[in-house]
Design a protein around this ligand. Structure first.
Ligand code: FES
Length: 106
């Protein structure tokens, strides 16, 4: 198991909400929806758009550059022009603290 890195407090993010954090030098988009947190690379696989600056609709984030949609729970690309998933990272909540375990494989 990888290292858990503390990112923020549960109360730092509204629900629904999103924010970007520098997690050990990697820009991570953290999402809070329906009481659960998810984390993705803050990077659209189409052309590097900053995903967390897009609109969040339910479990879908819309890239602000050209509108590709991603599932925040898996990183899967749902619509063109993106065809590849962005990397998803494990999130662990302990009490009021939110931790991310970086997926170093991609
Ligand atoms: S950079 Fe995200 S859709 Fe083009």
């Amino acid at each position: 198991m990888g290292e858990l890195i503390r990112v923020c407090r549960v109360s730092d993010l509204p629900d629904p909400g999103k924010a970007v954090f520098d997690v050990s030098g990697r820009m991570i988009a953290l999402f809070h929806v329906s009481g659960t947190f998810w984390a993705l690379d803050d990077m659209c696989t189409h052309d590097g758009g900053p995903l967390a600056e897009g609109e969040l609709h339910g479990y879908t984030i819309v890239c602000p550059r050209h509108g590709a949609q991603f599932d925040i729970r898996t990183g899967q690309a749902k619509t063109m022009p993106a065809v590849r998933a962005t990397t998803a990272h494990k999130v662990v909540v302990k009490g009021d603290e939110v931790y991310v375990e970086l997926n170093e494989e991609s």
